[in-house]
Design a protein around this ligand. Structure first.
Ligand code: NAD
Length: 378
């Protein structure tokens, strides 16, 4: 059976869904692997490296031979036209708000898996694309923030005088925020961080940063059973805004990462807060693709406010370190695909009762099957 890895057609997507290591693994499992020519170029993986690992180098139309397509982004309708009826497609499907595209997957007859729905259980940690990519995004947010900031980050005591350490504030300390704290600390900044989940407090302290939050009764209940944040009440948001307003005016770089699954990103930084910041300070909004945490952030742009604060709204932060991101993403995919391979028959055998399959399968046999999208027409 054949696995196909295309070149991503989205102009904002430099990542690729395979690495030489994962190709080797697929070949060793008895599968034929075709990688589209140039698929790895933007992730610094030449075709020759894929070929050396055992893949054949093909063209886009080879998608039609595939039993499994491994991708970064959800296939477009044009791409789907080439796929075999019944082929499995594994990617980041970004299904919320894109119900017509989910219906199109069903209509194309593919069995589509949304990697972002992988349950956060021990067995699936190696398949957790949200973590592998958010970790790099958190790192890159600090690097991009530092690049836009025109002062040094660490304290420097020199014969010519002392440069003070930059103050960096991280808002939202899930996977991305924790890596942002670690990166900012490595660069010598003085780091504070906030979140609405009490579990974050200890994690922030363990990374050597100071935790700042409204720690009332609601805060104590803010974490869902799945480990995510709830949407907070208006009263909590007002208290949080007051605390943020006072703190943010003293910061040099702010990184915002706050997300609530299936909801727009919470607005944490208002225009008034931006106006209170010092000229030359920088905000990086990692939530910009989900509506943004910062008022005035523009997806895909760096904007400068009237008082000279830069708001960085880069798209696809993990894609800005594509060579690293692709290696981890490819590993996540293969770990999942392996659970669906009958090793004796050397063939794909999807167990529809497996909890990982149930959690991630969006469409199957012409229908939208995921419970969260039960109403999407197919
Ligand atoms: P996320 O990307 O959904 O959100 C980022 C952060 O924003 C979260 O920490 C969230 O609490 C915070 N946030 C939401 N609303 C906020 C607000 N109004 N103000 C401030 N902060 C706000 O989160 P994530 O990175 O996916 O992590 C979510 C949880 O999952 C964490 O507890 C993390 O440790 C856990 N996790 C578990 C596993 C695993 O067990 N395999 C893997 C990864 C993450």
């Amino acid at each position: 059976q054949t696995v196909f890895i295309p070149r991503e057609i989205d102009a904002n997507e430099p990542r690729v869904a395979a690495s030489p290591d994962t190709v080797k693994r697929l070949v060793s499992l008895g599968l034929d692997v075709i990688v589209e020519a140039g698929a790895g170029t933007l992730s610094r993986i030449p075709d020759a490296d894929f070929a050396k690992a055992g893949a054949s180098i093909g063209k886009a139309a080879d998608a039609g031979k595939a039993d499994v397509v491994l991708k970064v982004r959800r296939p477009t309708e044009a791409e789907l036209k080439a796929y075999k009826n019944g082929a499995a497609v594994i990617a980041i499907m970004d299904p919320y708000g894109n119900e017509p595209a989910v219906a199109a997957l069903a209509k194309a007859g593919v069995t589509a898996f949304a990697m972002e729905f992988m349950p956060r259980i021990t067995r699936a940690q190696v398949m957790d694309v949200l973590s592998s990519q958010a970790n790099l995004a958190g790192y890159q947010a600090v690097i991009d923030g530092a690049a836009e900031y025109d002062r040094a980050l660490p304290m420097m005591m020199t014969a010519a005088g002392t440069v003070p350490a930059a103050k960096i504030f991280i808002m939202g300390v899930g996977v991305a925020g924790l890596q942002a704290i670690a990166t900012a600390r490595r660069l010598g900044a003085v780091v504070t961080a906030t979140d609405v989940r009490p579990a974050a407090k200890e994690q922030v302290a363990s990374l050597g940063a100071k935790f700042i939050a409204v720690e009332d009764e609601e805060f104590k209940q803010a974490e869902t059973a799945g480990g995510y944040a709830k949407e907070m009440s208006k009263e909590y948001q007002a208290k949080q805004a007051a605390l943020t307003a006072e703190h943010i005016a003293k910061q040099d770089i702010v990184i915002t990462t706050a997300l609530i699954p299936g909801r727009p990103a919470p607005k944490l930084v208002s225009a008034a807060m931006l106006a209170s910041m010092k000229p030359g300070s920088v905000i990086v909004d990692l939530a910009v693709e989900r509506g943004g945490n910062v008022e005035g952030a523009v997806a895909g742009k760096v904007v400068t406010t009237a008082n000279d604060v830069k708001i960085v709204g880069h798209l696809n932060m993990a894609g800005r370190v594509a060579a690293s991101a692709s290696l981890l993403y490819a590993k996540n995919l293969v770990a999942f695909l392996e659970t669906m391979i009958d090793k004796d028959a050397k063939a794909i055998a999807i167990n529809r009762d497996d909890e990982l399959v149930k959690a991630t399968m969006l469409t199957d046999a012409g229908k939208v099957v995921h419970p969260n999208f039960a109403n999407s027409a197919a």
